[in-house]
Design a protein around this ligand. Structure first.
Ligand code: 173
Length: 321
């Protein structure tokens, strides 16, 4: 693993005998793929506070750090191997481990619906089998992704543009002709500043968190997909917990997932902040909007089908209804 060796050694030493435990209480050590205090650690931090408040004497969470502790694209390996007990991560950062994880952001229903129709159980099983983690909780419903640009476009043609991507946008943007560069969020600002990219894919929220608004001129609407940011627990750690500890962690998951409903309002606030920061909106309409959204959906699913046809069909059956 490539992440900071000293840090990893310290973590391994700390977790060599499993999570820190007293007779009844266990403390899970957790790392976020996103900077602490920013949008995509929000639910993770709220969840941690909820557990630490409601799980006293049963289970606690200690947040060890963000991307400075474990680089985002290494965090999947770290939670799989048990170097950390818990991770706040998006499937776009561990496509090597769960290649059909790309289906999650193609979902057109909510985690509540997925829990009811068996899709959550399927995603949990895939994560357990392929990544050795419990798929504990899901945030991001009701928040889409956008293309953000330093120069305007006329329609849904991205040829000639170099765009920062992750697996979320890869199939769509490449079908629309863009050149793609994959980076972690931490590299976006300097790539924009250097002029190495003409834009980037990112959700509706969080653009101002790392100062990208200073380098961003346009947001392209409409948004597409649904954000997925997931709480994952190393499966050996999960299986080693008591029923009471697991039940408390699951109760917290249901609680935090209910806050996904706040995203509709938060999107509006965020768009107002972007406008205030001078980001103009390019709204694709009519046939252009149709092409934008159809390409997003078709290219997205075509990719998952290529990875695993039968699993893609099963996932599509319960994520799109
Ligand atoms: O753009 C990204 O880095 C990305 O894929 C993502 C996914 C979920 C939340 C935020 C960003």
């Amino acid at each position: 693993m490539k992440f900071n060796a000293t840090f990893a050694a310290a973590l391994i030493a700390a977790t060599a005998f499993g999570p820190a435990a007293t007779a009844e209480e266990v403390t899970l050590r957790a790392v976020s793929a996103f900077n602490l205090g920013t949008t995509f650690s929000r639910e993770f931090e709220a969840y941690t506070n909820w557990i630490n408040e409601n799980g006293k004497g049963v289970v606690q969470i200690e947040i060890v750090g963000g991307p400075e502790a474990v680089p985002p694209f290494e965090l999947g390996n770290a939670v799989m191997a048990g170097v950390v007990d818990m991770a706040n991560n998006t499937s776009a950062f561990y496509p090597n481990l769960v290649p059909t994880g790309d289906a999650i952001h193609l979902a057109e229903n909510t985690i509540q619906e997925q829990r009811a129709n068996g899709c959550y159980a399927l995603l949990d099983r895939i994560h357990q089998e392929q990544m050795n983690v419990k798929y504990l909780a899901h945030a991001g419903d009701g928040m889409g992704f956008h293309l953000y640009l330093t120069k305007p476009i006329e329609g849904p043609d991205l040829s000639g543009l170099t765009i920062r991507t992750t697996p979320v946008y890869q199939a769509m943007f490449s079908a629309l002709g863009a050149n793609l560069v994959r980076t972690a969020p931490g590299e976006v600002y300097s790539a924009l500043e250097r002029g190495a990219i003409d834009g980037y894919g990112w959700p509706s929220q969080g653009v101002l968190d790392l100062g990208w608004d200073e380098q961003t001129k346009f947001r392209v609407d409409p948004s597409f997909y649904n954000v997925d940011v997931n709480l994952l627990v190393n499966l050996d750690v999960w299986n080693g917990l008591t029923d009471e500890q697991r039940a408390k962690l699951e109760e917290g998951a249901i609680w935090v997932e209910e806050t996904n409903a706040l995203n509709a309002e938060r999107n509006k606030e965020e768009y107002a902040k972007q406008a205030g920061a001078g980001i103009e909106t390019i709204t694709l309409e009519g046939a252009d909007a149709e092409k934008w959204l159809t390409t997003a959906r078709d290219a997205g699913w075509a990719h998952v089908e290529e990875v695993d046809g039968p699993l893609a069909a099963e996932l599509r059956g319960c994520l799109v209804q």
